[in-house]
Design a protein around this ligand. Structure first.
Ligand SMILES: Cc1cc2nc3c(=O)[nH]c(=O)nc-3n(C[C@H](O)[C@H](O)[C@H](O)COP(=O)(O)O)c2cc1C
Length: 184
């Protein structure tokens, strides 16, 4: 079961520096692409996540149209789909159909969520910084949702393995929690 996550805890969905799947467009005409260049840049009030997107991406064109997107967090079981939607463009194909990922409409933003992902950040693009090849999108999280069995304020790596991009077709997975002895 998925449950709302308070916005002051939303950044913990992407804090591990995991690979994410970003949906853009509208429910009728949506696209999905893979991102590893993502990071929280403000914890709360508002919760902000930065994405670096290359100007050549089809998703870039779609995000420019309605300034909305959803950051979806895939687990290890979505490795093939995650790699696939990061290799081909949605300009000419329906990547949802080809990958088997399921779009689910949401009420807060126009792009859909991905049913098979364990967590979702529904965002509006609050600010954009243009770089040479990429834009830096500052995304304000409007709503956050996560699977209650897998996320209890942080991901539980013993139950849910986020993906971490290494190089080429290689990924690492987060599998266990370790604790520093010195408490904060
Ligand atoms: C693991 C992985 C991480 C990626 N990270 C990014 C990223 O952070 N920014 C980016 O612009 N492209 C990134 N890409 C490339 C895009 O996902 C890829 O070009 C995709 O096909 C674009 O799809 P689109 O044209 O349908 O938008 C990544 C690809 C992979 C496989």
């Amino acid at each position: 079961m998925k449950k709302e996550v308070e916005l002051n805890k939303a950044k913990w969905l992407v804090e591990p520096g995991c690979v994410v799947l970003v949906t853009s467009g509208t429910t009728e005409s949506a696209n999905v692409m893979t991102f590893s260049w993502q990071t929280p840049v403000n914890s709360a009030d508002p919760c902000l996540v930065l994405l670096a997107i290359h100007h050549a991406r089809y998703s870039y064109d779609l995000i420019k149209q309605n300034h909305q997107l959803v950051i979806n967090v895939p687990g290890e079981e979505l490795l093939e789909q995650t790699h696939f939607v990061g290799q081909v463009t949605g300009r000419n194909i329906d990547k949802f159909k080809e990958s088997g990922l399921t779009p689910v409409p949401t009420t807060v933003v126009e792009p859909p969520l991905i049913r098979q992902c364990a967590g979702h950040l529904e965002c509006r693009v609050a600010e954009t910084f243009k770089m040479q090849t990429h834009d830096l999108l500052i995304c304000e999280v409007l709503r956050a949702v996560a699977d209650t069995d897998l996320f209890d304020g942080r991901w539980i790596p013993e139950k849910f393995h986020t993906l971490h991009y290494l190089c080429g077709n290689k990924y690492g997975v987060m599998e266990r929690t370790i604790e520093a002895q010195r408490k904060k």
